[in-house]
Ligand binder design. Sequence first.
Ligand SMILES: *Cc1c(COP(=O)(O)O)cnc(C)c1O
Length: 374
Amino acid sequence: MDTTLRAIPIASAAAQYATIKDETDAAVHRVLDSGWFILGAEVEAFEREFAAYCGVAHAVGVGNGTDALMLALKALDVGPGDEVITVPMTAAFGAFAITMNGATPVFVDIEPGTANMDATLLEQAITPRTKAIMPVHLYGQAADLGAIMAIAARHGIPVVEDAAQAHGALYDGKRVGSIGAIAGFSFYPSKNLGAAGDGGAVTTNDAALAEKVRMLRNGGQRGKYEHVIQGVNSRLDEMQAAVLRVKLAHLDAWNSARRRLAHRYDELLAGSSVELPEERHGAAPEGHVWHLFAVRHPHRDALAAYLKERGIGTAVHYPAALHLQPAFASLGLGVGAYPVAERQAREELSLPLYPELTTEDVAYVADAVRAFEG
Ligand SMILES: *Cc1c(COP(=O)(O)O)cnc(C)c1O
């Protein structure tokens, strides 16, 4: 066992910047020199490049991932009185995309292995008010879209993919973001494709939906000062688009590195006291892009403290299921409503995983996990 104390953060944006410093600096200066900062050539180019990457006809750059989902739902006319089905184990921001439109989130519990929506529980959650179904591709792995899309199609309900954690992930050989009616991505700095600030995108194959999101993000305008619908101000800016164009070219290599390191964790932690995340059976093995390496342990907090003493950063995604957060108290859902999500909240721990992590770092973390006797 490596007994030298290391310092291994949960993630490192600075380590990534060091690998692409020259091209990133050049892109930022290109924008500064141009004197054009909102909705210009960089955003247009990034939208083209990101759409091509996702294998989808349209991408629309917006201010952040929350707005991407909010505008995707708004483009589908989700509003007061409507219900949108999603999961209770995710970033709260995704559920706020629903409530920001005046609609009500309806939760479906998750599968224990992948922590994604349990499609076997979906149909019973559908009501005459269900306006959309929003599965989340949690931790970088596509939700069970085959089953979810089939149920949605049977009821004539559109699927909105929350792809905020899964840039480049595949489901049955197709990129996430190209499978549902419409999808939202986040470029929050720690995501697999992260900006140097906030950013997001909506993707869709539907030209009418894309056009609507384009208007919605920019004050509901069709042309300058022609406000045809109630819009918002949520635009990806030129600086972020320029940075994202640099990083998009590296995304596949970074996702491959994440995958290689995740599989190393799998080997080194097999038979240990942590429960390993499940890689979906039947989906292409290269489909998971490992945004997070999320293990479970019954003594999660003690394990986190133990690792911290050894210089290892960890995080919890997420410490409370959404129905138990104060912000969603008005839904009137108590403890026990979604037991699998509640267990995930109690036991989940994300270990360090990012493309610049070395195999020696992974071995050090795995040794420390194995040495923990909680
Ligand atoms: C990050 C994230 C969001 C929100 O994206 P922001 O860019 O932070 O607004 C929504 N859903 C999920 C699953 C996320 O991980």
